[in-house]
Design a protein around this ligand. Structure first.
Ligand SMILES: [Zn+2]
Length: 101
């Protein structure tokens, strides 16, 4: 990791049902605890000038990363676009509960 990179690791919980290409156990809806690490790197790195030792403020980067995990991944349910259960979720999930697109 260079001085112009930030890495964050976050644990989250998720469920899934994998109907093809996986073990038979994953064809039954179930959950996992996962860890994901992201390394952020500036698209256009600028020279550090001594007044600031970060490409972006640490708190801002950490907050945005944690918000992404909390709102998009944690307690999400993964399902294949070819899974017949998808139609049921589209028909029965409360509007705004999840993004089915
Ligand atoms: Zn699984």
């Amino acid at each position: 990791m260079s001085a112009l990179e930030l890495s964050f690791t976050r644990r989250f919980s998720m469920g899934h049902r994998l109907i093809a290409g996986s073990s038979e156990r994953c064809a039954v809806p179930h959950g996992h605890n996962e860890f994901v690490t992201v390394t952020l790197q500036a698209c256009t790195p600028a020279r550090l000038d001594g007044k600031c030792n970060m490409v972006v403020p640490f708190a801002e980067a950490k907050t945005r990363w944690h918000d992404f995990i909390d709102t998009r991944l944690d307690h999400a349910f993964q399902i294949s676009s070819s899974d017949p259960l998808l139609a049921w979720f589209i028909e029965n999930e409360r509007p705004g509960l999840t993004d089915l697109s």
